[in-house]
Design a protein. Structure first.
Length: 117
């Protein structure tokens, strides 16, 4: 099993920025497409962004396109999500996993992002 640890969340005002990190254990991270997901209170977990195993291709939900940037550093077994121009509707717990998610990678605790209006 691969363990995932998300970090970097916090409380920011509307228009602010945050950079999330996702650290993976083991040696298989670099062979998987990875993604960021989020879950707001009372809602289903939803896709935010994804990146191919070598970083060559990225994909975004329409709601974050142009504001969020996904990247990865395979040498560090880490993926990032740069979030700019944050909106209150971005408030959620953010998780990382493979894209699509696989049971081999354990969901982490997530990192809370709260955007105040």
């Amino acid at each position: 099993q691969v363990q995932l640890v998300e970090s970097g969340g916090g409380l920011v005002p509307t228009g602010g920025s945050l950079r999330l990190s996702c650290a993976a254990s083991g040696r298989t991270f670099s062979t998987y497409d990875m993604g960021w997901f989020r879950q707001a209170p009372g809602k289903e977990r939803e896709f935010v962004a994804a990146i191919s195993w070598n970083g060559g291709n990225t994909y975004y939900a329409d709601s974050v396109k142009g504001r969020f940037t996904i990247s990865r550093d395979n040498a560090k077994n880490t993926m990032y999500l740069q979030m700019n121009s944050l909106k209150p509707e971005d408030t959620a717990v953010y998780y990382c996993n493979t894209n699509p998610p696989t049971p081999r990678f354990n969901w982490g605790q997530g990192t809370q992002v709260t955007v105040s209006s």
